[in-house]
Design a protein around this ligand. Sequence first.
Ligand code: SF4
Ligand code: SF4
Length: 250
Amino acid sequence: MSQTATSRVQEHIGDPVADDSAVDRGKLKEIFNDIQSDFRYDHELNGCLNCGICTATCPAAHYYDFSPREIVQLLWTENLEGIYDAMQEKIWACAQCYTCAARCPFGNSPGGLIMLMRETAIKHGMESAKNVLRPFSRVMLKLISTGNQLSPDMITADGFADWGPNISKIDAPLEILRKAIPMPTLNTTKTAWEVNLKTSVELYTIWEETGVLDQLETIDENLFDVITDIMDERRDDLEDWLEEQEDDED
Ligand code: SF4
Ligand code: SF4
């Protein structure tokens, strides 16, 4: 009796979050190649004993259906479908504490590998990345346009109306606490968003050259438009200021 050869390799895998129902194998390979070709990959994955020490010490594994051992195994065995599947949800459970990296007997960094997977999810505009990052659009706006995100005196009821009455629990004590425990980086409470024009423009060049802006456009086009408008304005302001300086010198 003849038997037809079968393969357990899936040609298509469904995406439970996106509207597109199937992802072909070429796309799965492209995604894995993007993860694997990152220069950090070889430093962060040296092999895997499947010992589970990383998962045993992982705080996220304690609370979620998530295991760094499982993620590392997927990468080590180049399980393209499993990698794609994990990128839909599981990779976003990691707290990036790197306890796993400190404990792995192989010197792997599961947390670092997860970061590569997250960056790749953003690059490919996966729905999971969009969903996770959507609540942080205001932080991204400030971080990308000024280089700073929040300072303690900005955490106020007025500034965060959407946080509701709970803001009062951290509003007042934070300022007092920061004053009581001063740290150099927190001395900027009044000036964190007032960035020197030249510094701003240099920062924008970094975002452009490193591909941060391209990634932003992939995951949030509206925010990308707002930020590029701000960048254009600041660049114009700098040019005007430089022209004024030249006029003054003449
Ligand atoms: S990544 Fe390291 S700690 Fe985790 S299962 Fe593999 S060898 Fe063990
Ligand atoms: S970095 Fe992520 S995977 Fe590693 S121990 Fe922390 S939460 Fe777990």
